[in-house]
Design a protein around this ligand. Structure first.
Ligand code: TRP
Length: 463
């Protein structure tokens, strides 16, 4: 056990680091494409309800448990609830390992697109060359896939090895404001396009006849994923908070920022798609997973005003957003080895990073480069190792972890323990402890349980 625990240097630093963890590929890559696949409107509404009714209370619970115990998930849950509950922490560490392994690969694609777009911006956008084909080539090329994967994981390890205040906080303080700026610039450009109105209609008009149970599970799972909940990432970040930082206001701010960025990114992307003639069909046929990396680049150069400048900038944004998230994923795994196994930070980072790299490289080859990894399908018709791991982690491991966390925060911990943790001088006036307790004891666990059971018994394709 290290003698002195590293802490955030300021409240702003914590909020930026936590928002950095939450805002990532989940917002920029995944939310737009699952919103498209689930036909917008009703799905977005279910997602927003999940964020408010399940995500926000659990966010407060995780930060609270972390700040209270000053420990990472395994130790925190052992101390707060008893030795058996340490298993939930262990599940979290395992989930972090799984998510980082594939997340890192997709994050790497942003580097490739940044380089490509820079080349196009400096030279010329080649007429008649298919961006989609170029990207498929890249997916199927083992050396290039492995290179970007190694680079991205290396950058993540570098930051994590520098520690909490000096590494993670410093990175987030710079990266997050830059990200907000770039996104605002893109939004202004998107709103001038003809398709903006249709995009907003698609996202905000609920059409419930198009919603399926699969979509409800996906909305729930995504609300965990996008807020980095269900595996103790926020317990870990909360454990670096000083006792006098407020849990409630920081949690609200992080959840609000994450939601704002997800919706903004989707408005931007759909505005472009609805503006370009024939794009909708192309998105449907080419598959939506590649929206961020395939659909968008072409349009930057053909439709978007100032696209030449914005395109490389956009992939810088994606890389920044992904980096602050991979940092938090790695930190959960590393913190376990530091806190519970007494390793030094550098040794823990090197060890965890190498293990993750092994699985990550397999994921990077599962998009066409290696048939065995690319072809198999275990879950919900997902093809390839990467897609199956994503489905497993986001739709099953995180909601299950989150369910147990509600039990700890709502049922194992007493009101005498949690009330003073949430109610302090900095807590906003509108916050009601009783409401939080009602949600964490009943609403959140029952909602998660109901959705999980429905899907188990009726199957994911039941509509
Ligand atoms: N929230 C991040 C995103 O939306 C991903 C992420 C980072 C995450 N840390 C996590 C997801 C911890 C679950 C748990 O891209």
């Amino acid at each position: 056990m290290p003698a002195l625990r590293d802490h955030w240097r300021s409240r702003f630093g914590f909020v930026m680091a936590a928002a950095g963890s939450a805002i990532g590929l989940g917002n920029l890559w995944k939310f737009p494409y699952i919103t498209w696949d689930n036909r917008g409107g009703a799905f977005v509404l279910v997602y927003l309800v999940c964020i408010a009714a399940v995500g926000l209370p659990i966010m407060m619970a995780e930060v609270l448990i972390g700040r209270m115990t000053q420990k990472s998930p395994v130790g925190a849950l052992k101390q707060a609830a008893g030795p058996v509950w340490a298993l939930v922490g262990a599940l979290g560490v395992f989930t972090g390992f799984v998510i980082l392994s594939y997340y890192n690969v997709i994050a790497g694609w942003s580097l490739r697109n940044f380089v490509r777009c820079t080349q196009w911006s400096i030279g010329d956008f080649p007429a008649g060359v298919s961006v989609a084909d170029g990207f498929t080539d890249f997916l199927q090329s083992p050396p290039r896939q492995m290179l970007v994967t190694v680079l991205f994981l290396g950058a993540t390890m570098l930051v994590v090895s520098r520690g909490v205040g000096r590494g993670i906080e410093q990175a987030a303080r710079f990266l997050m404001p830059a990200l907000f700026g770039i996104l605002l610039l893109l939004l202004c450009s998107a709103l001038t396009m003809d398709g903006a109105g249709r995009a907003i209609g698609f996202i905000f008009t609920p059409r419930f006849d198009e919603l399926r149970w699969h979509g409800v599970l996906e909305a729930l799972g995504h609300s965990f994923f996008t807020l980095s909940l269900g595996m103790g990432a926020m317990i870990t970040y909360g454990s670096y908070m000083k006792r006098n930082d407020s849990v409630v206001s920081a949690s609200v701010l992080v959840v609000a920022l994450d939601t704002l960025i997800a919706v903004t990114a989707t408005v931007i992307m759909f505005s472009v798609i609805f503006t370009v003639p024939g794009m909708e069909q192309q998105v449907e046929t080419a598959g939506t997973v590649g929206m961020l990396f395939v659909t968008l680049p072409e349009m930057f150069y053909t439709y978007v005003p100032l696209g030449r400048v914005l395109a490389p900038l956009f992939y810088v944004l994606v890389a920044f957003a992904a980096l602050t998230s991979t940092i938090s994923l790695l930190e959960v795994v590393v913190a376990y080895f530091i806190d519970e196994r007494g390793m030094s930070r550098r040794a823990a980072t090197a060890f965890c990073g190498s293990c993750i790299l092994a699985l990550s490289l397999l994921c990077s080859l599962s998009l066409g480069a290696w048939d065995v990894l690319s072809g198999f399908s275990l879950l919900a018709g997902k093809r390839g190792l990467l897609a199956n791991l994503d489905h497993l982690a986001a739709n099953w491991l995180l909601p299950i972890g989150g369910f147990f966390l509600t039990l700890v925060a709502g049922w194992v911990l007493t009101a005498e323990t949690t009330r003073p943790e949430l109610m302090d001088a900095a807590t906003p006036r509108w916050f009601r402890y009783g409401t939080w307790r009602l949600f964490i004891r009943w609403v959140a666990p029952l909602a998660v349980l109901a959705i999980i059971l429905t899907v188990i018994f009726l199957g994911e394709d039941f509509s």
